[in-house]
Design a protein around this ligand. Structure first.
Ligand SMILES: Cc1ncc(COP(=O)(O)O)c(C=O)c1O
Length: 391
């Protein structure tokens, strides 16, 4: 009865089952996979969401791409980052996942392909499948820091490729796409009529000094049709308000054609609520206070992870330039899944195994840098203590 867009195997993996069992028993553990900022002990001003009650939200003014005032607020947010994006080229969405779905509808027919980085964000499997698009991986290589393996990009390109996705900084590798990499991607995409989709939701969170300054940003490009994705979920730690955006750039005629079509797609759903559009400017301003706390937290935890692991030679923290995650290379005495289950059941600490993110080989653990500092410190100590006797 059901379509093949939805995965038919809905059974939980061993780690998820072990987490459920611990929760059911009320057995406490330190969660180093926490990715929900609203559960991480930040001081959200209690009236932060007061702008959602603005009386302007009482009137329904359907607007496919979003109210101009809200799009102007997003344009100001790009200016804060040193980027000029005309508000007319900004499209509001109900979060970043929604933005991907709109862009897949704009660019791809059933069975068309998009290139996705590996390792990266596990949701791509579902996001593509739900829109009948086929994900083809290209590799990120680590040589001190991560970079795009362009031979794998060229191998993955086919006549059905419609877009190349980059995540900058990437979840979980923490690598920004560099300007020369973006130039090289543009040179591959432009002549083939392939668009670039750049997920920049973590762009505000720099972990290594100067990394975001060196990053390539698609908003500045005039040569290749590009779409930058951003959203309040990460930029101001408000995933629950469900506001994201797409900023289109590239050759003028192509951008115009893309926006005309996107308008039709958006008009079909009108998915972004009026109250959030009316509140967008205030939320972006007030949310800066949350962003500052998140930025300080992830930087402190990244330093802590690097410091602690420096004392365990068999475990190395990979350089992470930005974002909310860090990766540790650990000895391969058992499968990553066995290791993660063992860490949970024996050391009471939850981490993500690298294979969740499609690392090409074992063994890696992925840490969220969001947990409170004391609990993060304790969690890392437990992981390293658990690994030490094996090393
Ligand atoms: C790389 C990346 N893009 C997008 C998202 C989702 O953002 P949103 O909440 O706006 O859908 C996430 C969430 O973790 C993410 O890691």
């Amino acid at each position: 009865m059901f379509s093949s867009r939805v995965e038919s195997n809905l059974s939980a993996n061993r780690l998820t089952e072990a987490v459920r069992a611990r929760r059911a028993d009320g057995h406490p553990f330190i969660d180093l996979t926490l990715s929900n900022p609203t559960r991480a002990g930040f001081q959200y001003p209690p009236d932060l969401l007061a702008p959602l009650a603005d009386a302007r939200g009482l009137r329904y003014e359907p607007s496919a791409m979003g109210l101009l005032g809200a799009r102007e607020a997003v344009a100001r947010d790009y200016l804060r980052q040193g980027l000029t994006v005309p508000p007319e080229r900004i499209v509001l969405t109900a979060g970043t996942s929604h933005a991907y779905s709109l862009l897949f509808k704009l660019l791809a027919d059933a069975g068309d392909e998009v290139l996705v980085p590996r390792p990266s964000y596990p949701l791509f499997d579902h996001l593509t499948r739900l829109d009948l698009v086929v994900p083809r991986p290209y590799d990120l290589d680590i040589h001190g820091s991560w970079s795009i393996d362009f031979s794998s990009v060229e191998r993955a390109l086919t006549p059905r490729t419609r877009a190349v996705l980059v995540v900058s900084p990437n979840n979980p590798t923490g690598s920004f796409v560099s300007r020369p990499e973006l130039d090289q991607l543009a040179a591959l995409c432009t002549p083939r009529g392939i668009a670039i989709i750049a997920d920049e939701v973590f762009a505000d969170y720099e972990l290594e000094p100067g990394a975001s300054h060196r990053a390539g940003r698609v908003a500045a490009r005039r040569d290749v049709l590009s779409f930058a994705l951003g959203g309040m979920s990460k930029s101001v730690g408000l995933p629950q308000v469900k506001l994201g955006w797409i900023a289109a750039s590239g050759p003028d005629a192509l951008v115009e054609s893309a926006l005309e079509r996107l308008e039709l797609v958006c008009d079909t759903y009108l998915a972004v609520s009026m109250p959030v559009q009316a509140a967008a400017a205030d939320l972006l301003d007030r949310g800066a206070a949350v962003r500052a706390q998140v930025a300080a937290r992830v930087a402190t935890n990244y330093r802590e992870l690097s410091l602690q692991s420096a004392g365990t030679p068999s475990c190395g923290v990979l350089r992470s330039d930005g974002g909310w995650y860090a990766v540790m290379h650990v000895p391969s005495f058992e499968s990553e899944e066995d290791l993660a289950v063992g860490l949970l059941t024996k050391a009471d600490v939850l981490t993500h195994p690298g294979y969740f993110f499609d690392f090409p080989r074992e063994s890696f653990l992925v840490f969220s840098l969001l947990p409170r500092e004391a609990s993060f410190r304790d969690g890392v100590t437990r992981v390293l203590r658990h690994l030490a006797p094996q090393a």
